[in-house]
Design a binder for this molecule. Structure first.
Ligand code: ADP
Ligand code: ZN
Length: 722
């Protein structure tokens, strides 16, 4: 009899002991009964001398012969559980593909093969008059044929008839695994000669390819970072080792994939949130078997097993989509660092606008720092300027001066990109007579007016209602909109520039598979001259014919309560500027503002992101903020606001420490959502470990607070928003 510790997908911060006759390896799945339920758990280790051995339940079934979580992934699960203080069973549940959580086989699905039965000659003779059946049996004479291939030539009726006669029989067997199969056709296509900075970056990365070596590749937009990735992984792939590339949610376009596929002529494993469970499992299996040389995926792709790990790349490492905002709130970029360390391989974090966390690691030499300061192919930098809109007439949010600059660019046949940070027609509907504002009752925030869909929509909870005709408060017919969104700009510009073809790109207009891609292709085919859109336009796409970028409102971020707002604004503005003026067309960018003298804007515009970011780091240091201090936040939500607040008040009394500062309970930045009031308690310290220790010790007591079961609460380590 053996005893094992099993991680079970329940919100309890412990493993459970089970007994078994055969000892499964750590990382294997087992079915177990847990209370009244049957669950799939994962063995985390053996236990030699449990207390009360006769009370221990036996495992129902061992599901895997070989672990679904290899040594490295199991180690990462333990790290995740400890670092994010998240129950190990739930961590493992998050890490596994959905079908494996449900207990499905981790081996590739069996393939069916058809064989000819004995006495072939006799059987063939008997089929002299059934031509099709004769041909089908004949096809199997020399060797068995895969069912799929056989059915391409012969209908099922023929195959079934032969089987009934006993002339052929089928056999199921797992498909052969073909580790390093890309090496059979790996070939490097024509590539540009790297410039000096690229060459330095490539050779530095390549030289450290058999050990842990993290790098920040800080390269202005269009400086050829992707080209550096491509040339740096060449040797890794040629040596038969695999490369895992993480991209932001919206950056995984067919172009990205085809750049890697066509350079090396190989199959790429693709993992993104829209993939179905079966395809996801298949990529997971092929990566684990070492069949795929390159795997490109969004956040959760960091959990993909690799048989021959060679390198990890995180593109646009500053992107928000790498942070999971519910359940296990991990940061895929930070996990990538841990993973590369555990696998003992290099890691490249690439971006034009490094997060202050990563930049600090590079400046303090924890990471190697590779820089690309020039745009590739001779394209010039976009010239940035601030447009003072004080006292200027604004039409649908655009100043007259801005309109005339736009007119110039349009008249030269170039494209103009207008950035607005709000989708919809207007961010509020109010009564011009009584001042009544239409707010979502559940979130106490104004509804956004959507003209195309003819409704009011809450951007916090998704709730919607029809657009009213009269004021529900005073009954007058004087409802007006306040503020501008993408739809309104689209309307206004259509009137202002009749005949100029325009397209709106926001999450409303590009809903649906491939719609974004088609729109982007149309833009680059110059079917449109005016592009109006949100964040989506700032992410990774190149618009070679855009010569003017207009940012309509950057004042909000300058005065935000979120200490990261200015960093986010600077990244957004810089990324947007990078979309414009490729190749032969120089670009310019204008930022409309009521605060033209604001030091942040001035620094950004005159000195660029790299300078701004270093200044911002100094400021964070002086004001005791991340990355110089660590943070964790406990959030609490309830329909009864007092209860949510009281819970955190009680938590606070459980968290006494000399080195951890407590801030709160405070209302969250979004104070109410979906009918629930939201509060937070922020923990901050110069010692990351002190926060972790304090929370670890207090968690059992927090969990058993009577109020804990009456509110929704969660713990977020290294929170990225508040
Ligand atoms: P980034 O990833 O930094 O945005 P890319 O790698 O996409 O930059 O490069 C931008 C453009 O410049 C691409 O069209 C790419 O093919 C081209 N390019 C990159 N490096 C070179 C080079 N050394 N010589 C010529 N063209 C290059
Ligand atoms: Zn709402």
């Amino acid at each position: 009899m053996h005893f094992v510790e099993v991680a079970v997908p329940v919100p309890l911060r412990q493993t459970f002991t089970y007994s078994c006759d055969i000892l499964p390896e750590p990382g294997c799945r087992v079915s177990i009964s847990f209370g009244p339920r049957n669950l799939v758990g994962v063995v985390t280790g053996e236990l030699t001398a449990p207390e009360n051995p006769d009370k221990i339940k036996a495992i129902d079934k061992i599901i895997d012969d070989t672990p679904v979580l290899d040594r490295v992934l199991l180690k990462l699960c333990h790290w995740l559980s400890q670092y994010y203080l998240h129950p190990i069973g739930e961590v493992i549940h998050t890490v596994l593909p959905v079908l494996l959580r449900k207990g499905e086989s981790a081996s590739p699905v069996d393939e069916v093969w058809w064989h000819a039965a004995d006495n072939i000659d006799e059987n063939l003779a008997a089929l002299k008059r059934a031509k099709r059946q004769y041909a089908c049996l004949e096809a199997l004479v020399d060797e068995p044929v895969r069912e799929g291939d056989l059915k391409n030539t012969f209908p099922s009726t023929i195959i079934n008839a032969l089987e009934e006669k006993g002339f052929i029989r089928q056999e199921s067997k797992p498909p052969p695994l073909r580790p390093k199969m890309w090496l059979d056709y790996f070939d490097v296509a024509k590539k540009p000669l790297p410039d000096k900075e690229q060459a330095v970056a490539i050779s530095t990365i390549v030289q450290s390819r058999s050990r842990f070596a993290p790098y920040l590749l800080e390269g202005v937009t269009g400086s050829g970072k992707t080209e550096v990735y491509l040339q740096a992984i060449e040797d890794v792939l040629a040596e038969g080792r695999q490369v895992l590339i993480l991209v932001p949610e919206i950056g995984l376009t067919p172009q990205t994939v085809s750049r890697f596929a066509s350079r090396f002529g190989i199959d790429i494993g693709i993992l993104h949130s829209q993939l179905n469970d079966k395809d996801r499992l298949s990529v997971w299996q092929r990566a684990r078997a070492g069949e795929l040389g390159v795997i490109i995926g969004t956040r959760s792709a960091i959990f993909t097993p690799m048989k021959f790990p060679g390198m990890i790349i995180v593109d646009e490492e500053h992107d928000d989509s790498y942070k999971q905002q519910d359940g296990l709130r991990y940061h895929a970029r930070d996990l990538a660092v841990m993973r590369a360390h555990t696998e003992n391989i290099p890691l490249v974090l690439g971006t034009a606008t490094p997060s202050l966390e990563t930049l600090n690691n590079a400046l303090t030499k924890r990471y190697g720092h590779l820089q690309l300061t020039k745009r590739a192919g001779g394209a010039s930098k976009t010239h940035q300027q601030v447009l003072d809109v004080r006292d200027q007439r604004l039409q649908f949010g655009i100043a007259d001066g801005m309109l005339s600059i736009m007119r110039q660019h349009l008249s030269m046949g170039n494209q103009v990109l207008v950035f607005v940070n709000r989708r919809g027609y207007a961010p509020a509907l109010i009564c011009h007579h009584c001042g009544h504002s239409y707010d979502c009752r559940r979130c106490e925030r104004p509804y956004t007016v959507h003209r195309t869909q003819q409704r009011l929509q809450c951007h916090h909870c998704g709730g919607a209602r029809p657009i009213p005709r009269q004021c529900e408060h005073c009954g007058e017919n004087k409802l007006i909109t306040a503020g501008v969104g993408t739809e309104q700009i689209e309307d206004g510009l259509a009137k202002m520039f009749p005949g100029v073809k325009q397209i709106r790109i926001d999450s409303d207009s590009v809903r649906g598979k491939d719609k974004l891609q088609r729109s982007l292709d149309d833009i680059n085919a110059q079917k449109y001259q005016l592009l109006i859109g949100t964040q989506i336009l700032s992410k990774g796409h190149h618009f070679p014919h855009v010569t003017l970028v207009v940012v309509l409102d950057c004042d909000g971020a300058l005065f935000s309560a979120d200490f990261r707002a200015s960093e986010k604004l600077a990244q957004l503005v810089t990324q947007l500027a990078g979309r414009a003026g490729r190749a032969s067309k120089p670009g310019e960018m204008w930022l409309q503002t009521h605060n033209p003298g604001h030091p942040l804007l001035q620094d950004l515009v005159h000195n660029g992101y790299a300078h701004f970011a270093r200044q911002a780091l100094d400021e964070r240091k002086l004001s005791w903020m991340p990355p110089f201090q660590s943070q964790a936040v406990i959030r609490s939500e309830a329909t009864n606001g007092e209860l949510a607040w009281e819970f955190l008040e009680q938590v606070r009394t459980l968290l006494q420490s000399e080195v951890v500062r407590l801030n709160g309970p405070l209302p969250c930045l979004i104070e109410k959502r979906q009918g629930r009031y939201r509060f937070m308690l922020v923990l901050q310290s110069a010692q990351r470990k002190a926060i972790n220790d304090l929370l670890r010790r207090a968690l059992p007591n927090i969990t058993s607070l009577p109020t804990a079961s009456k509110v929704r609460w969660s713990l977020d380590v290294d929170p990225s928003d508040f």
